[in-house]
Ligand binder design. Structure first.
Ligand code: SF4
Length: 346
């Protein structure tokens, strides 16, 4: 079991719920927009939001954004230890930095002291672009060099008494990424932040992250995740929830079952399934809804759905646990089915 680490009002690790993270595509110094973004994504299931910190104004903005959202905020800093100190001072709930690349021991000590004084955690780690030169020469680009690079960053902080640590070892190759997390999970009990880095645009990125993050979580590895996508961060959050839901790790999501359709389908089943998905996207309750292509087989094939719809030539049937309740015409199907969904959610 991994250690517990507190980020703002949230605990990760130690068997707590797997926290979903995302990262803003704009700067935190756009304070009002940052608040809106955190709250928009929170409604979709976001647990932790990360912002890059590139100047002093960013570092100072954390306390202002925290006035408008309860989402714990992470400051992502590269190289500049002074910005790390300012972000900690400015109210960040967690820091993402690698102590190996911020300069001398005095700088590492200053950051370590600030982390301890404010009792906030830090994420350290490695990715295939930041493997320590020594390990790269010794092992090549593989799970050992990735894992050992991350552990080296951990050791630097531990030397100065920091033990409030989260680790990541990211790669864009799914097999390498999985092996690296497996490698490090055997060697540490700090919580692990999962993700396949630079995973790409939504379709391929979701596939890569689902396989990588999913196989690790199935084996009990990982405490928090980010599905990194070249897409609206909302899609990262939705994908994160879908992964956790598919693994039965959360039960607060509307699951849409939809048949692939075949020659028996006589209505626009696929488009209707999309509409139902959009209608229920923000709902945080467990409900299984089926959208099926034909009346003959649909209700039977989706008999475990809490609520379902199956189409015929001129009308649809609404069914509950496989039992047909009523018929609706194609003209009124959307209004009537959404009414039924609302009733289920009351
Ligand atoms: S539910 Fe009907 S339309 Fe859908 S795949 Fe099964 S048989 Fe085909």
């Amino acid at each position: 079991m991994s250690k517990k680490v507190k980020i703002g009002n949230l605990i990760i690790g130690g068997g707590e719920k797997i926290a979903i993270q995302s990262m803003s595509t704009f700067k935190i110094s756009s304070v009002d927009r940052a608040i809106e973004e955190c709250n928009r994504l929170k409604n979709l299931g976001l647990d932790i939001m990360r912002f890059s910190v590139t100047d002093e104004l960013d570092a100072k903005s954390f306390s202002l954004v925290k006035k408008g959202t309860s989402v714990p905020l992470v400051a992502d800093i590269h190289f500049d230890y002074k910005l790390a100190l300012k972000a900690i001072d400015g109210g960040a709930d967690k820091i993402r930095i690698n102590p190996g690349n911020i300069g001398g021991e005095d700088k590492v000590k200053a950051v370590a002291d600030a982390l301890k004084a404010n009792n906030i955690p830090v994420r350290v780690g490695s990715n295939t672009g930041s493997i320590d030169k020594e390990f790269l020469a010794k092992y090549g680009k593989n799970e050992v060099s990735l894992g050992e690079s991350a552990l080296k960053n951990v050791a630097i902080l531990e030397k100065y008494g920091v033990d409030n640590i989260v680790i990541s070892v990211k790669a864009s190759s799914v097999p390498l990424c999985v092996k690296a997390y497996e490698y490090i999970a055997k060697r540490t009990d700090y919580p692990l932040h999962l993700g396949v880095t630079e995973a790409g645009t939504e379709y391929n990125g979701v596939i890569k992250n689902s396989i990588g993050i999913g196989s690790l979580l199935l084996n009990g590895i990982g405490d928090t995740l980010r599905v990194s996508l070249s897409a609206d961060p909302a899609r990262e959050v939705v994908a994160g929830r879908a992964i956790l839901s598919a693994l039965n790790l959360i039960n607060d999501r509307v699951e849409i079952i939809a048949c692939p359709t075949c020659g028996r389908c006589q209505w626009d089943c696929m488009n209707f399934a999309k509409k139902v998905e959009e209608y229920t996207a923000n709902i945080r309750k467990p409900l299984k809804i089926a959208v099926m292509g034909c009346v003959v087989n649909g209700p039977g094939e989706a008999s475990d759905a809490d609520l379902g719809i199956a189409g015929g030539k001129d009308c649809c049937v609404i069914f509950v646990k496989g039992e047909i309740k009523r018929k609706v015409s194609l003209e009124e199907v959307e209004r009537e089915f959404f009414k039924e969904i609302d009733k289920c959610l009351q």
